[in-house]
Design a protein around this ligand. Structure first.
Ligand SMILES: *Cc1c(COP(=O)(O)O)cnc(C)c1O
Length: 310
């Protein structure tokens, strides 16, 4: 059975003199609005994984304690009728943080792997141990990135014809891998890595090979806008996101989207886009409570503090 589809998300032009001054036009692809319960790239990545998960009855996947993917997988199980198991990196901490409490509230069963085992989570012996513990399941890799996820993100690329450069943030690289593959000749995709380490190019290429057997589309990764690493923030990043919210009335999700947007503004200021370039930025997810300052300590990633992998 195919899952219900979601309408193509809207594209809106952003009027900002800091961009216009460089002769660039900037558009937002509002994928944060793509699905009411499963927003953003998590919907794109899960959508073609729903049928095999329903067929097996149970989906097992991996993520850090603050993972948006874990939450989205739990929501998909509740919505589309399959059981979900979330294998979390590190030890159990009680009470659960908002993200894990939410996942559990939607029926997800939680399991934990210590850091050493988690690093080897996709190896046959660790998977065999999980099968012994949980029985049969459909395995979705960390961050939900597999060949089906890449194909779902290629559909996002196909909704963005007519732009010269299409930008997205990168965690595991699945979104960029698909986005680039879905573009037409002459368009290019630009990813902004939110983790340090410079391994993103290799991951994107590996995922494209898994999905298509070959590298696809024109794409590259910017490595200069991680602002200290995954889930880290700097005063400059916060100032950019606050200024953006004041000007445009849109609160940017800070782990991924704010870093990409700050990167696009910086590249425009450096003259990296020729005059007349039409740039589309994919808003890959909505702001959470921690981005608006409304959440208590459990939902907030403190500035400069490392949370967990995607
Ligand atoms: C998970 C997530 C990403 C990362 O996507 P990848 O496909 O893992 O690179 C980007 N943006 C948002 C808002 C996310 O939640």
């Amino acid at each position: 059975m195919t899952p219900p589809g979601a309408a193509p998300s809207p594209v809106v032009e952003l009027e900002d003199d800091r961009i216009a001054a460089h002769g660039v036009r900037l558009f937002l692809k509002r994928d944060d609005l793509v699905h009411p319960d499963l927003p953003g790239n998590k919907w794109r990545k899960l959508r073609h994984n729903i049928a095999p998960a329903r067929e097996r009855g149970t989906l097992l996947t991996f993520g850090g304690a603050y993972s948006n993917h874990i939450r989205a997988a739990a929501a998909a199980g509740r919505l589309y009728g399959f059981a979900t198991i979330g294998v979390i990196r590190g030890e159990e901490h009680l009470p659960l943080n908002d993200s894990l409490a939410h996942a559990q509230g939607m029926g997800m069963r939680l399991d934990y792997l210590d850091r050493a085992a988690y690093r080897r989570k996709h190896e046959p012996d660790v998977v065999a141990m999980l099968r012994e513990r949980w029985g049969d399941f459909y395995l979705l890799p960390e961050g939900g990135s597999n060949a089906r996820a890449v194909r779902g993100c290629a559909e996002l690329g196909a909704e963005l014809r007519g732009f010269d450069v299409v930008c997205c943030p990168c965690g595991t690289g699945g979104t960029l891998a698909g986005l680039a593959a879905g573009l037409a000749p002459g368009q290019r995709a630009l990813g902004f890595a939110v983790l340090r380490g410079g391994f993103m190019d290799g991951e994107v290429e590996r995922l494209q090979r898994e999905a298509y057997g070959t590298r696809r589309g024109a794409w590259s990764v910017e490595h200069g806008f991680h602002f200290g690493g995954y889930a880290r923030r700097t005063a400059a990043l916060d100032a950019f996101a606050d200024g953006f919210a004041d000007r445009h009335g849109l609160v940017l999700e800070r782990v991924y989207v704010a870093k990409m947007m700050a990167g696009i503004y910086a590249l425009a200021a450096r003259g990296r886009f020729p005059r007349g370039t039409r740039v589309a930025a994919v808003v890959t997810g909505p702001a959470g409570a921690s981005d608006t300052g409304l959440s208590g300590p459990s939902g907030t990633v403190a500035p400069g503090k490392r949370a967990s992998l995607p």
